[in-house]
Design a protein around this ligand. Structure first.
Ligand SMILES: [Zn+2]
Length: 308
């Protein structure tokens, strides 16, 4: 590279950096793209870094223009450069007014974590979500750069809190899978999730899953089959006439008095569905029988009318 070319190249680099500094990210991205093209021939050692900056500013432009970088492909585009760029300190302008020398490794770590969390939650895949936990943990107490602009978080967070949130998400996915078949195993997943949500300061969700936990811990005896059943979703209250006699009967026999309420009894889902289906079948049969009788009556009345 001649002295003159070098000077021109270096002033174009300054110009691109200033363009990013005044937050014209779309323009800055194009300038770095052109510079990367020149560097490929003249200064190949900085080609990957210029490509990185071009893609980074394209992603930030998406964010500023309220486009979703997961959909436009800029997030994946940037992550694809990881093996090429490695960990390098580069002058960058970032969302939220941050500017200075920042490591590309830090950017890759955060964006990879956000991607795993988003993907894992969308596919209800706890293993993928867990990949985000360690990545966020490595960022520690430092504030995240992109979390408030990217799904699924869309809020400010530190690395540690995002790691706790990811752990909670993984536990919730695992708990939900066991909720129906093994409620007592689901309980331990939701317990960890609730603690992690508190640590992540997601208090509304903490309350929501406390309630799930409460429901799962409920255990009652079915009045009809006498089985001990766990989980609110497996139990149904049914209307019934319940006099004091039956309540004291349960007490006398040292049975679970909680299966009776004021004019209602608790049934497991199986008993409830069997009883209601049978009741429906009988009701339908009587309904059809009544309709047939009415039709006959109408015919007889019409015949009588004609006879008059
Ligand atoms: Zn039952």
């Amino acid at each position: 590279m001649s002295e003159k070319d070098l000077r021109k190249f270096s002033s174009s680099l300054d110009d691109a950096e200033n363009t990013a500094r005044i937050r014209l990210f779309g323009k800055a991205s194009k300038k770095y793209e052109e510079l990367a093209d020149v560097a490929r021939r003249l200064k190949p050692e900085i080609f990957p870094q210029l490509q990185f900056l071009s893609m980074l500013y394209s992603l930030i432009e998406d964010i500023e223009e309220k486009r979703d970088p997961f959909e436009t492909g800029t997030l994946d585009g940037l992550l694809q450069l990881e093996s090429l760029v490695g960990d390098a300190e580069l002058m960058m302008t970032l969302p939220g007014g941050r500017f200075g020398e920042i490591s590309t490794g830090r950017i890759f770590t955060e964006l990879k974590a956000v991607k795993y969390l988003n993907q894992g939650m969308a596919n209800r895949d706890a293993e993928t979500v867990r990949k985000a936990v360690d990545l966020f943990m490595s960022i520690g107490d430092e504030q995240l750069i992109f979390s408030r602009y990217l799904r699924p978080m869309m809020r400010r967070s530190s690395g540690k809190r995002a790691a706790l949130e990811s752990e909670a998400r993984a536990q919730i996915i695992e708990g939900a899978l066991l909720e129906d078949s093994k409620p007592s195993e689901a309980v331990s997943h939701y317990m960890i999730a609730v603690r992690a949500l508190r640590g992540a300061r997601l208090y509304d969700e903490e309350v929501k899953y406390q309630r799930t936990l409460l429901g799962l811990r409920i255990s009652r005896t079915c009045w009809f089959c006498g089985r001990k059943i766990q989980g609110a979703s497996h139990l149904v209250w049914m209307n019934a006439s319940v006099s004091e006699y039956f309540k004291s009967l349960l007490e006398k026999n040292s049975e679970d008095v909680r299966m009776l309420g004021d004019n209602r009894v608790i049934a497991c889902r199986v008993c409830y569905s069997a009883i209601s289906q049978e009741a429906n079948r009988i009701a339908t049969k009587y309904h059809e029988e009544t309709l047939r009788l009415i039709k006959n009556l109408v015919k007889r009345i019409q015949a009588l009318e004609r006879a008059v």
